[in-house]
Design a binder for this molecule. Structure first.
Ligand code: GTP
Ligand code: MG
Length: 336
């Protein structure tokens, strides 16, 4: 491997990198959070190990690699191996701590009962742009480069019925991503298991779009997600503005241009429908007596969307989004 690299370098007169180190370079350049940086440091270790082997083989040719380091009883190779092992353990320890913290956030999020929508797809397909268009979050920075997003981030958005949902921006897919990288980055895909709905974004202008779809679905299948979640994936055909005479033939997909804000209303409606289905939430209009405790109860236990006061008899029609369990409680309490 190294040898081929050296030969190519001298033949072409430029530096040569393999796929693994190119991806590592991009990741390192784009990592923002501590967790992403640590994931990369971890992914780097197998690479450093193989480099070490090459170096030692090289030293051995000069009769130096397996020599003992003064007084330590360890060879150069053994010292380096041990240091790498220590480094690996340390990184894994810190990552584990961060992971526990994330789990805590996750349970908190669950308690607050905001539906979670994971946005997935190939790198550069427009996930961040789409979330930006859906939420109006100006803190999001889509970029025309591979792996612009390396950290799983969450963004609040409103559904047509004014239900608040959380969109999770995920790390993009890449064909033939080096195996070790997948391993350490699959940790960041873990969150997907806890989402209520998955939005699968496809760059429909990409020549490899069909293969990409197959790969994404394969990876999702391997994450062992609940079947209900797998079955309710919403497919989005993005970048239709780049496809001349785009024909929308797939009735199960929503065609959009995230960049130009096309198709957002239809997509939001589709997402809302899936969210209500997945979370067992209902949209109801309930008539309440304004003198009673019902309205404040509903404010506490459900999402109140609007109130129509009927002046004649102190009643109001209240439109709410309510979980079926909360509605059960409501009926028990106020409509016995
Ligand atoms: N023409 C066009 N360009 C788009 C559209 N959506 C996104 N893009 C562009 O595609 C590029 C990538 O967009 P991102 O939103 O960063 O893609 P991503 O899927 O988040 O990429 P990663 O974070 O790298 O996985 C940017 O230059 C966007 O402006 C679209 O509907 N039409
Ligand atoms: Mg992104």
């Amino acid at each position: 491997m190294r040898l081929v690299q050296k030969e190519l370098e001298s033949a072409w007169g430029v530096k040569v990198f393999d796929r693994y180190s190119v991806v590592l370079h991009i990741f390192r350049f784009n990592a923002r959070t501590k967790e992403a940086k640590l994931q990369i440091a971890l992914a780097e270790i197998p690479y450093l190990r193989s480099q070490l082997k090459n170096e030692v083989a090289h030293l051995d040719q000069q009769g130096g690699g397996s020599r003992y380091i003064m007084g330590s009883g360890e060879t150069f190779m053994e010292v380096q191996q041990r240091l790498l092992k220590e480094r690996e353990l340390k990184i894994r320890g810190v990552l584990e701590k961060l992971r526990r913290k994330r789990q805590l956030l996750r349970t908190k999020r669950k308690r607050r009962e905001f539906p979670i929508i994971s946005v997935m797809g190939y790198t550069n397909c427009g996930k961040t742009t789409l979330i930006k268009a859906l939420t109006g979050d100006s803190g999001l920075h889509p970029r025309n480069q591979l792996f612009a997003t390396l950290d799983v981030t969450t963004h609040a958005g409103l559904m047509p019925s004014r239900l608040t949902v959380l969109y999770v921006d995920t790390i993009g897919f890449l064909s033939q991503l080096p195996h070790n990288l997948i391993e350490s980055f699959s940790a960041t895909l873990e969150d997907v298991t806890y989402s209520d709905v998955i939005v699968h974004v496809r760059d429909i202008s990409h020549p490899e779009s069909t293969n990409q779809k197959v790969n994404v679905l394969n990876v999702l299948q391997n994450l062992q997600l609940p079947t209900q979640l797998l079955d309710s994936i919403i497919e989005v055909h993005n970048k239709i503005d780049l496809v001349e005479g785009y024909q929308h033939t797939d009735p199960n997909a929503v065609a959009v241009s995230a960049l130009h804000g096309l198709g957002m209303q239809e997509l939001k409606e589709k997402i809302e429908e899936a969210v209500l289905q997945a979370t067992g939430k209902l949209i109801l209009t309930i008539q309440v007596d304004l003198a009673g405790p019902q309205l404040s109860w509903l404010y506490k236990e459900a999402t109140v969307q609007g109130i129509d006061v009927l002046p004649e008899d102190g009643l109001a029609n209240v439109r709410v989004i309510i979980s079926s369990s909360a509605y059960g409680k409501y009926k028990k309490l106020f409509q016995p």
